[in-house]
Design a protein. Sequence first.
Length: 445
Amino acid sequence: MEQTSLFSGTNSEPLASRMRPRNLDEFVGQTHLLGENKLLRKMIETDRVSSMIFWGPPGVGKTTLARIIALKTESKFITFSAVTSGIKEIKEVMEDADKNRSQGIQTILFVDEIHRFNKAQQDAFLPFVEKGAIVLIGATTENPSFEINNALLSRCRVFVLKELTNEDILTLLKRALHDPRGFGLSKVIIDDDDLQGIASFAAGDARSALTILDMVVLNGDVLEDGSIKVTKDIVEGVLTKKTFLYDKNGEEHYNLISALHKSMRNSDTNASVYWLSRMLEAGEDPLYIARRIVRFASEDIGLADTNALNVAVNVYQACHFIGMPECSVHLTEAVIYMSLAPKSNACDVAYMMASSDAKKFPEPVPLIIRNAPTKLMKELDYGKGYKYAHDYEDKLSTMECMPDSLVGKEYYFPTTMGKEEKFKERLEYIKKWKINHRKKEKNEK
């Protein structure tokens, strides 16, 4: 737990901290929330703050908004750390907040990275949020639907903060170059193209952009007149490798695997390889990707290309044998194969339809196809009338295997894609054979 001021700082603070907006007029971006007459702006300006969650990627202003609220409100403002705060500390602060409330003093509790709090810690906040003893402000980079307890989430308004645009980032960079809190007391010479490069590299993260600017200026060449020259070589030296926004347990994990799956389904080989690379370069487990490809082979290709599943399973084994980075080429082979393969979701659709009926109609197994390993079961007519397909010339029989209530129900509707056309022809042949032979048996009776 940390109860020190949010606004303490020194001249040695990082540039991103020194340049943190102090009010809404200095805040850049999030106009859908903070523009004129927008709800969040009104709540802050009128000091009518209720419990809320700020959800958005890193560096878009979640903590900054909490600081601005702290400046505007007349409430007691406390910050919590998900790493150091246990249940005992939470309850102590909550009890103090309850006492302050009885004296007319409101407490605003800011919880950064609230998704890191476990269920028990989140539950400790709930009764105090319910009765208004505290106003909870949480900040998270993860989807609150997955990470925040439903009971707590239902009592908080969720505000979604968007990734900053390059123009937003450029505004912040230029401000830092001219503001006395940044480099305004020095003369920094840097080309607009290099500022554009920094903005693009930061990918919507203001903190990252300002940190990079701090580094390039500190590594700049000091000229005779005391000015600092930032060359293109210096900028390129700092921008050595992109750090990917990725959390293997968070929403971006699911976004990227979704992008890969849908690109393969859409037969887009280039996009498929790109999304595969995004995941691998960010450190994703190659076996996870391989397992998803195995699923894809049956879900989206199925019998249209019966070799797809073989490829997928073989690639999984290859990844298991040699690991990264060598197995990247095997995964690339797999996603290209899956992208180019003929597509059919007939197997997946068949299961989903049958699954629905299985839940609605849990019928008993017909006696004719029940197993009869004991004398008693035979006496109860288990297996009576069973027709062994191999005993017949066409290896087919007229025996009905469906429960009575589902006779005639169909689930598998093959397409004409790839090899599945052959399966379609075979299925049509079997259906006609059974219809004709059942008619024949009926006439013979």
